[in-house]
Write a protein that binds this ligand. Structure first.
Ligand code: ADP
Ligand code: MG
Length: 454
């Protein structure tokens, strides 16, 4: 591209898709709206942001969304880089709902950051074996009948797109509806950080304290971002203790379990782990199908079961991806005005399926992931060194190859230059070990999640 106008229009379309994906005006106007498209050469998009911090933040929080919006809009893969120094313009008065908050405007942020998406409810959250415990535990926070599950704190973790935000906002919405008038604060961790920075800048630390230490329920989404700030960690530690000691409830979500959050202080790790820690696991085909059927209800067009099965079988668990795929099928079906078949779906979802095939777990990707996890070389994993710091990772890789791929024992053996009996021995040993050895179980879960989220 192209001239400025074309580039503006191009970015405008993408931005709109991202806005819908985010679904929260406040977050959108704070982070996405100020981005300036600088250039687009081939498929390399250069985006202008204010400073290093913004670049880092957009990259780690919104880049995946922007890439998938680009894919959705143009059916192609793009590369994104950032240029700093694009200072933010004055607030746009024409769109009051998108007005950026000035630092001192704590009051208005307070109202807006309270907001939860009313569409996120328990009743439209599809429950399957992978998220059943998280769902029950969240419900347990408000339902005295299931108080056995009302642990404090409740810590829910999962890979992106598995419903953490939906679930925690459903809980916040539910508490607000209750007649008992509990005081509740729900915030995304980035908003908590903004609030903290605002209060410090305005020298009214007590406002922050009064607000968060005097609630019955404190719900923070994406708490892993806390690791970026030492001062807020200190403050949050004290907030946590005050709430906890007074029997108030704390509910947190994260993309990792507490002990895996890099840079999180040990005392917070131990507080966060002291209640109930639950994972939402990647969805199997059944749950994906149930989600597609539920999402389909909001569209005019309905697809045959075999088409939905095909989508569920071939796409990943990230519900954003499933929704995007469904959306695209609906869009095409409404234009072409004919019944969707698997063949058509295959053609329409070509790039999604391609991405999926690339992600598919195979022995090589397992060997690589295990080697990276233990800081070894792949040749160590496939070699013969028997010292335990190498032999155990090797057995884990064999175990994962057996559980995560369709390969036979001899085929796995070949990939490790061993015979099938060695693979079987490793598999059985790790299967036993995993049940009683927490370190091994944790390592495996972490590697499995990494493999699924590549
Ligand atoms: P996360 O916070 O884990 O990245 P979100 O909660 O933002 O994921 O979920 C992404 C999208 O998928 C949202 O539109 C949400 O409503 C939907 N979603 C996720 N899990 C479920 C579920 N179990 N049932 C229905 N919709 C879901
Ligand atoms: Mg989320």
């Amino acid at each position: 591209m192209h001239n400025d106008m074309e580039l503006g229009a191009f970015w405008g379309g993408v931005r709109e898709i991202v806005r819908k994906m985010i679904g929260d005006d406040d977050t959108y106007s704070r982070w996405i709206q100020p981005i300036v498209p600088v250039s687009l050469k081939k498929n390399a998009l250069l985006l202008g942001v204010a400073d290093e911090f913004c670049a880092e933040w957009v990259k780690s929080n919104f880049q995946d969304m922007i890439l998938s919006a680009l894919l959705q809009a143009y059916g192609e893969k793009f590369k994104i880089s950032y240029e700093i120094g694009h200072l933010i313009e004055a607030p746009q008065r024409a769109h009051p709902e998108h007005v950026r908050h000035s630092r001192s405007d704590v009051q208005s942020q307070r109202r807006s950051s309270d907001k939860c998406n009313p569409a996120y409810t328990f009743s439209n959250f599809v429950v399957g074996p992978e998220n059943r415990i998280a769902y029950a535990a969240a419900m347990g926070m408000v339902d005295v009948r299931s108080s056995a599950l009302a642990a404090n704190p409740l810590f829910i973790y999962a890979s992106p797109g598995l419903g953490k935000t939906h679930l925690i906002q459903a809980l916040a919405n539910k508490i607000r509806e209750m007649p008992s008038q509990f005081k509740v604060e729900y915030l995304a961790c980035e908003d908590l950080m903004n609030q903290y920075v605002d209060c410090i800048a305005n020298k009214n630390h007590h406002v922050f304290r009064n607000r968060f230490r005097k609630v019955n329920y404190l719900l923070i989404d994406d708490i892993h971002f806390l690791s970026k700030t030492t001062n807020l960690q200190e403050e949050f530690f004290n907030t946590f203790n005050t709430l906890y000691n007074e029997g108030n409830k704390i509910i947190l979500t994260s993309d990792k379990r507490p002990s895996e959050i890099h840079g999180l202080e040990n005392r917070l790790i131990s507080r966060f782990s002291s209640g109930l820690t639950v994972e939402i696991e990647s969805f199997g085909e059944e749950t994906k199908l149930a989600i597609l059927k539920k999402k389909q209800l909001s569209h005019q067009i309905k697809f045959r079961d075999d088409v939905l099965h095909f989508v569920a079988r071939n796409l990943c668990s990230d519900v954003r991806v499933l929704e995007g795929a469904l959306f695209r099928l609906v869009a095409v079906a409404s234009v072409e005005n004919c019944e969707m078949s698997i063949e058509m779906a295959k053609r329409i979802l070509g790039d999604y399926l391609e991405q999926q095939a690339l992600k598919r777990i195979n022995i090589e990707s397992i060997q690589k992931a295990v080697a990276e996890f233990y800081d070894l070389r792949i040749s160590d994993i496939t070699g013969t060194n028997r010292s335990s710091n190498i032999a155990v990772p090797r057995m884990l890789a064999m175990y994962l190859s057996r559980t995560k791929t369709e390969k036979s024992l001899p085929e796995i053996g070949q990939a490790f230059y061993k015979n099938h009996a060695t693979v079987l021995h490793a598999f059985r040993k790790i299967e036993r070990e995993r049940k009683k050895n927490e370190t091994i179980d944790r390592a495996l879960s972490q590697i499995e999640r990494k493999l699924q989220s590549v």
